[in-house]
Ligand binder design. Structure first.
Ligand code: PBG
Length: 330
């Protein structure tokens, strides 16, 4: 024993106590980096429960407003809204109706919690009867016709008071069109959070159950990008920045930490990551069975997404995270 070499460097010295570990911690996570997604239903008869997303429900506009107040009180700075319209049609009219569910929810939330940042998802898939994110023509998704409707959608949300609009349809040129439409309408202060590198992912499954937005034919691979490609993600981000995006986003998060890291290194714009519904469901399901400790796993994954380089994180765990932090401080 005595002959064995002694380590010259002992990293464990800085792991000895919680206070020392805190001093040298490289990545911090606070609730003020988190955005809580909210599903808002127009029809009060819609079932609120989302079986694959325990703890998340479809809220009425009034419920969304009081939830927003609660989130603000917990120190969550922002929400992102997803509308569930009473009716769907081929062109997704509910998306760009000034009296539609999202504009109404934005107004209700802004009056209940004026300081809360309100973001709104700009897409057609929750509003179209075929479930695609754009206009279908001859069995294909017509890019430019879709972009026109997306720009109208963004304007209706921004007029209602959304602070950031978040185009997620992955149509080419959508950010430039939205920027131009907002500016033309005197909405130059509304910022754009672009879902720039949005991958065609099976992790959106629970969201599509929540929004009843599974495509009725084919899939989203002609517009959402191939998960296998990293350079293409960087190219999409560069394009969205050129088109005027204020914040760019990578989505999903956990299976795409390398994309987040590469984007962080290449671009100086604020970078968001969306830890999507399927990521939430996996953790919830395992935690319900007692197979993992929910709080520890959530803290670890959010830390990992921050460490990879995300400035802000959209996550369904935001409220729980803020509550846990609150509890800690007593
Ligand atoms: C709308 C949209 C989707 C998500 C965010 N915006 C669904 C999709 O593209 O199918 C997914 C979010 C999640 O899974 O949590 N296009």
């Amino acid at each position: 024993m005595a002959d064995l070499p002694r380590p010259r460097v002992r990293p464990r010295r800085l792991r000895r106590t919680a206070a020392i570990r805190a001093l040298v911690r490289e990545t911090s996570v606070d609730a003020d980096r988190l955005v809580q997604p909210l599903f808002v239903r127009e029809d009060s008869r819609t079932d609120p429960a989302i079986p694959s997303m325990p703890g998340i429900s479809r809220l009425t506009i009034d419920e969304a407003a009081s939830e927003a107040e609660e989130l603000a009180a917990l120190g969550i700075p922002a929400v992102i809204l997803f509308g569930l319209p009473a009716e769907k049609d081929p062109l997704g009219h509910g998306a760009y109706d000034d009296r539609g569910v999202v504009p109404e929810a934005v107004r209700a939330i802004k009056s209940a919690a004026p300081d809360l940042v309100v973001m709104s998802d700009v897409c057609l898939c929750q509003y179209t009867d075929h479930g695609h994110c754009g206009v279908v023509r001859d069995g294909r998704i017509d890019n430019d016709a879709s972009v026109e409707l997306l720009a109208k959608t963004a304007v209706s949300q921004a007029r209602a008071g959304a602070d950031l609009v978040a185009p997620s349809a992955m149509m080419d040129g959508q950010v430039a069109a939205i920027r131009a439409a907002l500016d033309r309408e005197g909405l130059g202060e509304t910022a754009i959070l672009a879902y720039a590198a949005k991958h065609a992912s099976a992790f959106y499954g629970p969201f599509r159950e929540a929004a009843d937005s599974v495509p009725r034919f084919s899939d989203r691979r002609t517009y959402q990008k191939d998960p296998a490609n990293l350079r293409e993600s960087l190219r999409e981000i560069a394009l969205d920045l050129e088109e005027g995006a204020d914040i760019v986003m990578v989505k999903p998060a956990l299976a795409y930490l390398d994309v987040i890291r590469a984007a962080r290194e290449r671009f100086d714009a604020p970078l968001a990551a969306y830890s999507v519904s399927g990521e939430y469901s996996l953790i919830k399901a395992a935690a319900e069975r007692g197979w993992v400790d929910e709080r520890s796993v959530v803290e670890e994954t959010i830390t990992a997404i921050r460490r990879a380089g995300a400035d802000l994180i959209l996550t369904y765990h935001a409220k729980d995270f803020a509550r846990w932090r609150r509890g800690e401080r007593g």
